[in-house]
Design a protein around this ligand. Structure first.
Ligand code: SAH
Ligand code: SF4
Ligand code: F3S
Length: 443
């Protein structure tokens, strides 16, 4: 009987992508993927260190798992940040592997099997060049949309953020490696690829001709793949939103009109203290030029409330900016002091109840904006990429260009097809409709 491995991922999409690459490598090592921890031979927790709550989840999960007979490994950003400390706190852990060292998994597993408890947190290598390529069957099983990491790490050092420490400095994968991987994905039925990076628009990959390619150039290159219908990229930093990338949103029909562009805060004082290196006015102007290039673009953002020193007036500036921009969706968080980051040591921390109240107010506004955006889609006809069965029988769920889930009747088409859907209603975060001419919708 073959060995079985279970990977549980927390955190961002880059971890989701890494999990697929680890699964592909483990497949090469003779492991089959299990869909639960119980009874597995190997359990890998692929962790996130971005906020305290995310990091602490790991230890409660480890507590639950300690009775399992499996080899237990901790991967991801907590592994990088805490290293050996993880084994000290939970001796049941057999090995620790940081996000830049996944190509060493076979070696680490072998050492762990010998009882050595290895900890590998080297940041130096290009792990993707050494990891097993995904097999066609595995890609097809993952569906018609896929992630593809093109850039890792961050050089920006925002005062609140652990990413530059857990993922290291900015590194871009070569254009040729990305193109080959995209071809493989498309050949296995993938129709939509989301290019990933901690700062994806800072992408500067070797172009194979002695120069570097920008993200816009990469998008243009990938858009030439005939079977590929849609491209997206995330997450972008406002300061790397270059003119050629904005132009790509105007000129490249395969690039979807949706952009995640975090601003974090609306007050210049707070932006400066966060080390974001732009003002609220510069962000507003940027949004204006993006909308001039692609008027229907849907914007998404990230916000932090209660950064040290944030006054009521500062927070009102965040509310005002949010009102002015109008987001189709967004993520917002209470500031969480992270060990080793400059802001964590500040004395002017904002009290918890103040953070909670601000978060509630901002989230109410963002929810209202999302509702308004979704309601505005009713009556329009949108191209929907059919992804998988919906919750109800006889229903598919797919994605609009603006990343909204759209529920349609199963007769509308097949998984992987793009169908023109007349949107008839919006409920919660989802849209409902049917192809024009088909009377019944899926609601
Ligand atoms: N590279 C991206 C964001 C990566 S982290 C960018 O620059 O925008 C994802 C989000 O988590 C951030 O945008 C921020 O909103 C949030 N975040 C990061 N560190 C945080 C902290 N210490 N407390 C609360 N939220 C945080
Ligand atoms: Fe973190 Fe800032 Fe880098 Fe984004 S740009 S990953 S928030 S340090
Ligand atoms: Fe979390 Fe690491 Fe991603 S800290 S958000 S898993 S880069």
């Amino acid at each position: 009987m073959s060995k079985r491995a279970f990977i549980k991922s927390y955190g961002c999409q880059m971890n989701v992508y890494d999990a697929t690459r680890m699964a592909d490598e483990l497949a090469r090592q003779g492991y089959e993927m299990a869909d639960a921890a119980e009874g597995a031979d190997l359990i890998l927790l692929n962790t996130c260190h971005i906020r305290e709550k995310a990091a602490e989840k790991v230890y409660s999960e480890l507590g639950r798992l300690k009775g399992e007979r499996a080899l237990i490994g901790v991967a991801g950003c907590v592994a990088q940040a805490e290293g050996e400390e993880i084994i000290r706190r939970q001796p049941r852990v057999d090995f620790v592997v940081g996000p830049q060292a996944y190509h060493l998994l076979p070696e680490l597993i072998a050492k762990a099997q010998r009882g050595e408890a290895p900890v590998e947190t080297d940041l130096a290598e290009d792990k993707f060049a050494h990891l097993a390529a995904p097999q066609k069957r595995a890609i097809t099983a993952r569906g018609v949309t896929a992630f593809l990491t093109v850039q890792e790490g961050c050089d920006k050092f925002c005062a609140f953020c652990v990413v530059p420490y857990t993922r290291g400095g900015e590194v871009s994968r070569p254009v040729a490696a990305i193109f080959a991987e995209a071809e493989r994905l498309v050949d296995a039925g993938v129709r939509e690829i989301t290019l990933l990076g901690q700062n994806v628009n800072a992408y500067r990959g070797p172009d194979g001709m002695g120069g570097t390619a920008s993200l816009a150039a990469l998008v243009e290159r990938l858009a030439a793949l005939p079977g590929l219908a849609r491209l997206r990229f995330t997450t972008s930093h406002p300061n790397d939103m270059s003119a050629d990338l904005i132009a790509a949103h105007r000129d490249e029909p395969k690039l979807m009109p949706y952009l995640h562009l975090p601003v974090q805060a609306g007050s210049d004082k707070v932006l400066k203290a966060m080390n974001r290196k732009h003002t609220a006015g510069q962000y507003r102007a940027l949004i204006e030029s993006i909308r001039a290039a692609r008027p229907d673009i849907a914007l998404s953002g990230d916000f932090i409330v209660g950064f040290p020193g944030e006054s009521d007036a500062d927070f009102e500036a965040t509310m005002a900016l949010t009102r002015d921009v109008g987001y189709a969706s967004a993520y917002s968080f209470k500031y969480s002091p992270r060990p080793g980051t400059p802001a964590a040591g500040r004395e002017d921390q904002v009290p918890e109840p103040v953070k909670a109240e601000r978060l509630q107010r901002l989230q109410a506004l963002l929810t209202e904006q999302q509702r308004a955006f979704n309601a505005g889609c009713v009556g329009r006809t949108l191209p929907v990429l059919i992804e998988k069965p919906g919750k109800k029988p006889g229903q598919w769920v797919g994605r609009s260009p603006y990343l909204q889930p759209v529920h349609i009747p199963a007769e509308a088409g097949q998984v992987g097809e793009i169908v023109e859907v007349a949107i008839s209603s919006a409920q919660g975060n989802s849209l409902f409709g049917a192809p024009a001419g088909m009377r019944r919708d899926a609601a």
